[in-house]
Design a protein around this ligand. Structure first.
Ligand SMILES: Nc1ncnc2c1ncn2[C@@H]1O[C@H](COP(=O)(O)OP(=O)(O)OP(=O)(O)O)[C@@H](O)[C@H]1O
Ligand SMILES: [Mg+2]
Length: 446
């Protein structure tokens, strides 16, 4: 069933339900009020007759015997009063009046005769004036019902029409969205739907546009990946090839030091292949993690001392700033070492001489927050969204030998995500860059 039909039927049933309850309630309220009013007009007579009957019954040793000989209507001031009395087996034991019994029963006022809470009979009082009154009174609820039925029918028709239009109107934005979803499904990534409202539909349209943009990005990355891999592998291969050709042409004995650059390229080639393997394992969630309680302060100290010579070359200072006592997390130490090694080598690489690097540790909610901050050249805002993509390097870093392969941050991100953490980057051009890593304390699973 379509969405708009569902809304329509729900509204229609609600309207019908409310109308029925309203009609029934009005009917019973009007009827109850009228009956109470009617009894009120003959309350004196009813009271008198009831008293006479109960007195007679008690004085006659709890029996109705010879009741017909009593004038129960004595002193009743109404014109032509009539009375019917029945015992507790519904047998008529007293009938004073000329009107047919059925008429008296239908239009008269009925009362139970009770003594000590038990019913010993019942009586029906009737007089013509009251009967007329009753007829009018019975007529009122019927007319009320008829009026209510007519007005309700009109109202129901109007409401159903409104419900129909409303349901169509409510469902129309979804109808508009449907062709866009189909087009996206067919591979038209990056397609946008117009966001016309700020309500839930507007939010859905926005979410759709975001998803479409992300899919487009993923598609571009996927398409570029093969080209990037080929490109990255080709460069060392070309160099190796060129060098070997040259050596062949020389036709001389190959000295070991001549082989060194070739070996360097092979190492680099090997590293790229290994990085890609680990990356795809991590992305598929198949990375084996050997988690142990790891003190991140100790790890940072070890990394700082191993990178000290590199930093000293550029006169860069490295400072550890610990703002929490809870510095131990349950992680794969080697993988974490690789994450922070890359962040720190990046920081050293992209920070000019005399710069400063800080590793700051904080506790934030349930995670250890580790910031690697530098006073380097910073990153242009337009590069930031792509920084963690494979092979991504900012323009200045593209010259292969000044930068790396562009896999470091992609691997770092996957490692952090595999530990249920997250990594973010903040950067200000000419001021510096901060990479922020969150590692949850409760990370025992996996
Ligand atoms: N601290 C930083 N300051 C400025 N730019 C940075 C910084 N860290 C990373 N970048 C930019 O992000 C790019 C990607 O970094 P990533 O670590 O992924 O690759 P890489 O360092 O170039 O190569 P790899 O780490 O694989 O050897 C870098 O090429 C550089 O342009
Ligand atoms: Mg790097």
């Amino acid at each position: 069933m379509s969405f708009h039909r569902k809304i329509f039927y729900t509204l229609a049933l609600t309207i019908l339900g409310i109308s029925t309850v309203f009609i029934l309630l009005t009917h019973f309220t009007v009827k109850g009020t009228i009956e109470a009013g009617l009894e009120q007009t003959r309350s004196q007579e009813i009271h008198l007759i009831n008293k006479r009957l109960t007195t007679y019954y008690v004085e006659n040793n709890n029996s109705w015997k010879n009741i017909e000989q009593i004038d129960l209507l004595q002193d009743i001031t109404q014109d032509h009063p009539e009375l019917v009395v029945k015992d507790n087996r519904e047998q008529v034991i007293y009938d004073k009046g000329s009107s047919p019994l059925k008429l008296v029963e239908n239009l008269g006022i009925k009362r139970d005769i009770t003594i000590s809470n038990s019913k010993v009979g019942e009586f029906i009082y009737y007089d013509p004036e009251m009967a007329n009154f009753t007829k009018i009174m019975i007529g009122i609820p019927i007319s009320v019902i008829i009026i209510l039925l007519i007005t309700s029918t009109i109202l129901i028709i109007i409401s159903l029409f409104i419900a129909y239009r409303l349901s169509k109107w409510l469902a129309s934005p979804l109808q508009e969205l449907l062709p866009f979803i189909k087009r996206l499904g067919k591979g038209e990534f990056g397609i946008r739907v117009p966001v016309n409202t700020k309500d839930e539909y507007g939010k859905i349209a926005k979410a759709f546009n975001h998803m479409s943009k992300e899919l487009e990005k993923a598609e571009i990355v996927r398409k570029n990946l093969t080209a990037d891999v080929a490109h990255e592998l080709r460069t060392p291969l070309t160099i190796i090839n060129g060098k070997l050709d040259y050596l062949q042409q020389q036709g001389q004995m190959i000295r070991p030091e001549v082989l060194l650059p070739i070996q360097d390229e092979l190492i680099r080639l090997n590293q790229i292949v290994e990085d890609l393997r680990v990356l795809s394992l991590a992305e598929a969630g198949k990375l084996k993690l050997n988690k142990t309680p790891t003190n991140m302060v100790d790890l940072s100290c070890r990394l700082i001392s191993s990178l000290e010579p590199l930093a000293e070359e550029k006169n860069i200072s490295m400072t550890l700033d610990v703002q929490t006592n809870e510095t131990t997390v349950f992680v794969d130490e080697n993988r974490m070492k690789q994450v922070f090694l890359n962040l720190l080598t990046n920081a050293i690489r992209y920070t000019p001489n005399q710069g400063k690097i800080y590793i700051r540790l904080f506790k934030e909610k349930n995670a250890l927050k580790i910031i690697v901050e530098d006073t380097g050249k910073g990153i242009e805002p337009e590069y930031l969204p792509y920084l963690f993509e494979r092979f991504y390097r900012t323009d200045e870093a593209r010259t292969r030998y000044s930068g790396g392969t562009g896999l470091g941050l992609a691997i770092a991100k996957q490692y952090v995500v595999s530990h249920n953490g997250k990594i973010e980057v903040k950067s200000k051009v000419n001021h510096g860059t901060s990479f922020i890593v969150y590692l949850p304390y409760h990370n025992e699973a996996n």
